[in-house]
Every structure is written in structure tokens, then in C-alpha cells.
Ligand binder design. Sequence first.
Ligand SMILES: [Zn+2]
Ligand SMILES: [Zn+2]
Length: 280
Amino acid sequence: MRFGGHVSIAGGLERAIERAQEITADCIQIFVAAPQRWLPANHSEEAVARFLEARDASGVTPVLLHGPYLINLGSTDELLRQRSIDAMVSQLEWADRLGAMGVVFHVGSTASGGRDAGMDLAADGLRQILDRARGQAPLLLETTAGGGNSIGGHFEDLGELIDRLDRTPRLQVCLDTCHIFAAGYPCRTITDLDQTLADFDRVIGMDRLTALHLNDSRDPFGSHRDRHANIGEGAIGLDGFRSIVNHRQLCRLPGFLEVPGFDGNGPDAENLRRLRALVE
Ligand SMILES: [Zn+2]
Ligand SMILES: [Zn+2]
């Protein structure tokens, strides 16, 4: 497994590559725009060129973009949904520009109009995004902990959206270990993972799984709470991650940390060291 994590682009896009090297990340996830605002990303041609040069020189690959947290494709608030669509079109265009493997994001919630209406709106939103962003980059739908009627707490949610978009190859899935654990999918032993991934395959298709978020969970199994812990400090624990990083269907994927960090500065060398030490 290639091990990396979410890193900041503060100071310029290419600083993300320097930060990756500081923490020994093989691969990185970045926000290209402020995650809590609607402002689109704004980086010069020169900044993009410096980023690509630094990436190629470092061997840090793949790069994954994470969409803004404000996105909600399932909302009945039409302004919010349209802003979400516009923002994701821009994100996909940036993914192509930066040679990223895609854009991972949380689809949204069906809380405002109920599940059927919310899933209709989300499917329509995905269709609009992919129609307008004419490049190659895929969207990675993220599994969620399932709180607040979020889309992605059941594998069925994501499978249904992919089916409704005629199984376009531009829809893939990012599995977050903290989220599936909190959502109630067992994942701490090889046998548990075999069963959970068989569910995933039946409902979504294992060919769709292209990235992992490797986060321990502060909350217990099935809690539906989304609070990340450092590797080995949560309820999944080191034994759980030993199963995850060595599972034959997962070890080919890039794994990105989104953990608080031992110094509170996000993914760090110690979390990466712990994961690598588990590889058999
Ligand atoms: Zn995640
Ligand atoms: Zn999370």
C-alpha cells in the first residue's frame, strides 16, 4: 500500500510536496480551495507548473483532491445545491490541471426532503457535474459514518447513485476506515473485512474502490459519529489496521491519513511509521 495523508497547500501548491516529504508521505490529498468557503481555487499557471515539477521530482503520487465541506447535492435548498454543483465542476477541472487521480467528497445529506427526494437530487447533481466538467478526472464518493441522514452511511446509497448514472467510470469510491467502522461495517479482522468487502462488491463493485482514508475512530463501532483518531489510539486499533493494510483487496490502493496528528498538526511521520510497521 502507498501511505500518505492530507497536507496543507499554505504558502503555495508546491509546499504540499515539501510537506509530503517532511512526513515521508508516498501520496497526498489536498484542498485546492478553502474547504469552508465557496471561493473557487485560484492558482497561477506558474504555481501549477512549480507544483507539477516538484511532484515529478519527488515521486509523490497519486495526488487526490478533497472537495469543500459545504457541498450538499441532496439538499432541497436549490441555491445550496447549485453552488455545490458549480464548486464540484471547478474541483474536477483543477484535478485535471494538477494531474490528480480525482476529487473525493461527501455527497451530502437527505435530511431536508427525505431519502427518495434527496437521492433524486443527488443523482441529478452528479449528472450535471459530470456533463459540465468535460475532462477525465473522476469523482470519488466517500463512505460516511451515516449520521444526520448523510448519503454514504450505507454502501447501498453509493451503489444506487452509480447505477443511476449508468455506471459511468467517472464515479469511483473512497472508503474511510473510521466512517465505515462508525457506520457499523466490521473491519478489524481479515474475516470481518472479507465480509464487509463482499457487501461492498455486491452493492457497489470492488472495481469502483480506488482510494482509502486511513483513520482510527474515537467513537465505538456503530456509533455513527465521525471523529478521527491517530492510528492505534482509537477503537479500530493497531490490530485492526494490521488487517486493513495487509488485506489482499486493499493493499493495492493508496491510503491517505486524515488524523489529528501526535502534535495536533494533522497527518505526521509517526502515524505513517505505525502503518508501515504493520505491513507483513
Ligand atoms: Zn475521509
Ligand atoms: Zn471523517
